[in-house]
Design a protein around this ligand. Structure first.
Ligand SMILES: [Fe+2]
Length: 285
């Protein structure tokens, strides 16, 4: 059996700290095979048949476990699901057998136009019902549970009837999906909206959290901007340590999407996350 078949499609290979797979690092990864627990693949970049992205993904998938992370489901949109998109996603799942597939608790399309922005939803009963139905449809079609990720936001809606964490909890439990908890997004939104980030963490159902994200933001003065362009900041590391105490050593990913640095900078960030996990294990030993 090839390494790829051993590693992919098996959740048990997703442990510790992974890295987001980014184009500038393809050649480094392929030529040096660095010791990385797993790679998270921005699957929207691999939808076109043939070409360079799929070529590199096929090579990297031979040696590394993968997870898929998407931005195209638009689970909170009033539009019907984009079955063309889901069809290609299903094809890629069959080809690469990622351990799991995640997308965001947001909307990004309206009237068939996709905006490529992860826009927050109003936290209403109506939105709860809509998103649950969408997730059920996606999971039925893909034949597997998905993970939904909390997004960072810069506005709130006066129509909202519940806090964000309650919105997330109800949807995850009722749709029977899992949660990708982005710790940086919780921190960014908590600063932007003056929310209690620790209360957010404490309110998330432990048994649904299967992955966490860490990333760096930019301070825009009046608000924090979720840019994924910086190292993880200290307040986010602090919140991450609290999350580890609540959820255990959940597989964690370093996300870096803009001003992408040399690969060793990502490895150093992953080392920091691993050290947080080790500290927790030592504390409970
Ligand atoms: Fe994230």
């Amino acid at each position: 059996m090839s390494t790829r078949l051993q590693k992919n499609g098996d959740e048990s290979f997703i442990q510790g700290v992974g890295l987001g797979l980014r184009t500038p690092h393809y050649h480094f990864i392929e030529s040096t095979r660095p010791d990385v627990a797993w790679f998270e693949v921005l699957i929207d970049n691999y939808m076109q048949p043939g070409g360079s992205p799929l070529y590199h993904l096929e090579r990297i998938a031979r040696d590394y476990a993968l997870t898929f992370h998407g931005v195209g489901m638009s689970l909170g949109s009033a539009d019907p699901l984009n079955m063309d998109y889901l069809g290609i996603l299903k094809q890629r799942i069959n080809e690469f057998k990622p351990a799991w597939v995640s997308d965001h608790l947001c909307w990004s399309s309206v009237a068939g136009c996709h905006g490529h922005e992860l826009l927050p939803l109003p936290y209403t009963e109506e939105a709860v019902a809509l998103v649950i139905e969408k997730i059920r449809q996606v999971q039925d079609y893909l034949g597997q549970r998905i993970l939904i990720e909390n997004v960072s936001s810069y506005l709130t809606y006066t129509d909202s009837q519940m806090p964000e964490w309650e919105f997330l909890n109800i949807i995850a439990c009722e749709a029977d999906c899992d949660i990708l908890l982005d710790i940086n997004n919780i921190y960014v939104s908590s600063v932007n909206h003056n929310l209690d980030a620790e209360l957010y963490l404490q309110s998330v159902p432990v048994d649904r959290v299967r992955e966490m994200h860490l990333a760096g933001y930019e301070d825009a003065g009046t608000h924090l901007l979720d840019t994924h362009s910086r190292p993880v900041y200290d307040p986010v590391w602090d919140l991450y340590r609290k999350a580890l105490r609540l959820f255990g050593t959940v597989p964690t990913l370093i996300e870096w999407d803009n001003d992408i640095p040399e690969f060793d900078i990502l490895v150093a960030e992953a080392d920091k996350a691993r050290s947080c996990m080790r500290d927790l294990k030592n504390a409970v030993a």
